[in-house]
Design a protein around this ligand. Sequence first.
Ligand SMILES: C[S@@+](CC[C@H](N)C(=O)[O-])C[C@H]1O[C@@H](n2cnc3c(N)ncnc32)[C@H](O)[C@@H]1O
Length: 353
Amino acid sequence: MRPYTRAGITRPSVEAAAPPVTQEHVPVLRAEVVDLLTTATGGKRFIDGTVGAGGHAAALLAAMPDAQLLGLDADPQALAVAEQRLAIYGQRVRLAHGNFSDLKLIARAHGWERVDGILLDLGLSSRQLGDDARGFSFSSSGPLDLRFDPTGDHPTATELVRQWNTEELARVIWKFGEERWSRRIARAITAARPPTGAWRARDFARVAGSAVPRVGGKRRHHPATRTFQALRIAVNGELDALKTVLPQAIQLLDTGGRLAVISYHSLEDRLVKQAFRAATGVCQCPPEVPVCSCGAAAEVRLVTRRVVRPTAAEVQENARSRSARLRVVERLPLTAETEGHVKPPMHHEPAHS
Ligand SMILES: C[S@@+](CC[C@H](N)C(=O)[O-])C[C@H]1O[C@@H](n2cnc3c(N)ncnc32)[C@H](O)[C@@H]1O
């Protein structure tokens, strides 16, 4: 296997070693992903844009003995795990450190202009959650960091929480956590934040959670769940990265190639659904516009007309899968218009008029 590079940009500045296993990551909807990405066209090149511990990647490589896979992750430690796990596939695998918002750039750096399948399994892995030093879990004694990629100069969650005033913090918790108690939580956090040094994740979780009133009986989730989700999304720019990658991924697909995305909350799934719908050529103009001017052109067809959810058996075996939603599209025959070079406005009535 080739050593991983960061898409020809820079190498990670920290030495990445596979962290000790605390929680093995179980790939979600594995059979469904393999089934839906293994197209009748017999694809040869696949990108796993969130290779993580390499679970889906290994399943895809095993199912398609002629396929090559480019595995990408923002987290160098995840790549170290994937490198070990995928070593048996030798030259069929290459790994790259980077953000999937640079997907096209990274694919091109590897000489890949078109691919047959792309997987994005969003969010964080069980390994990251179980790594006490990363602060992803409510019980972690590590610092509240929450970065997928600790190698760059992006601020940690502790740094952002210190920079934001109560209003800004409340807005983030509301927007990315859809947390109705955002103001109360923001006030509690601002009052308790240490002036210097990192917060321990579990101390932060206690403060955020204690600001959430208990409504009804037993709680199903930790009261700081939505606050953690919001901060993680903000720290990693997760929704912006997703918005950026979806059109790139579609453009990278060869005719008949497929893009599969697994999301874990409604904010992600909404973006995926909208982007896929737009790429099927459905007009995106506001209803009051009489003639379509958005340039809608059909680039893909929906393979999954309804979202695919894990079975009850999978949820029982792997609780992390319970919120997973899989959507898949397939690239229609490439034309000059849909190749991303030319996209003139179309003159048809908006679909919703
Ligand atoms: C749910 S895990 C993937 C697990 C993987 N499918 C497996 O079977 O082992 C998501 C991975 O995506 C990575 N990730 C999240 N956002 C990313 C981004 N914008 N660019 C690159 N990697 C990202 C995380 O670091 C994490 O390792």
